[in-house]
Design a protein around this ligand. Sequence first.
Ligand code: SF4
Length: 287
Amino acid sequence: MPRKSPRSRRKPGTPSRLPAANRPRATPGKRAARSERARRAAGAARPAHAPKGARGVARPARKARPPARGRRVAPPDPVRVAAMLHMLEDLYPDATTALHHANPLQLLIATILSAQCTDERVNQVTPALFGRFPDAAEFAAAPPSEIEALIRSTGFFRSKARAIKECCADIAARHGGAVPRTMEELTALRGVGRKTANVVLANAFGIPGVVVDTHVLRLALRLGLTRETDPVKVEFALMPLVPRDRWAAFSHWLILHGRRVCVARKPRCSICPLAPHCPRVGVTASN
Ligand code: SF4
């Protein structure tokens, strides 16, 4: 004989097992009826011609939602930001790109290679690479396997070789072999994003730009300069906080500070000169 389900075994008239507080009511309870009477007495009755759900008096405005817990950040106060900029400048007066290059094309290629790789490692492979392929046309005509063999130790070598070859083909075909000087033209090249374009503009052409790499992204959040986590939004959030002529230097300062002091896993807050101005957003462990 098939087993009956618990619901079908329940006797008629047996109360539901739902807890009383959660049980849906078929008719309004005493409290609901009382509040309805009070509402009508206050003149809030729905007019006969009004659609169902409409009310006689306007609802009070909803209270603003309080800020999310654990995400409280001091607003980027200009005085605090200025103090941090002074400190960073004193700490890293000669900050510049660590990627070795002799022209804009070499910097562009070195920046592509630096993704998920240290600058030291990139500097180890670029002399042979730039010696073998001196210009964009040579890179564009090279067999991918030859580029891959020369950049293998930088990691992701297949996709990097493809990006180098494609962007060099675009530079050779559309710009006569010269690296373009505008953000629009640079980001139109295959394999080139805003970060790479800003590196080239700032370091090869002296055109100000905020470079947002993994260190800048992390420090901007920890220092309470922005709540954004998308690199492009962070770039646009940092721009108004820093004088335009310091954009490139500011990126270098944060990159160096992120490598030496405010490291990803365990920031060295106890020795950090920025500590008096840092809300340490998201920092869970430090030494
Ligand atoms: S105080 Fe700590 S979290 Fe803030 S910048 Fe310095 S190392 Fe980073």
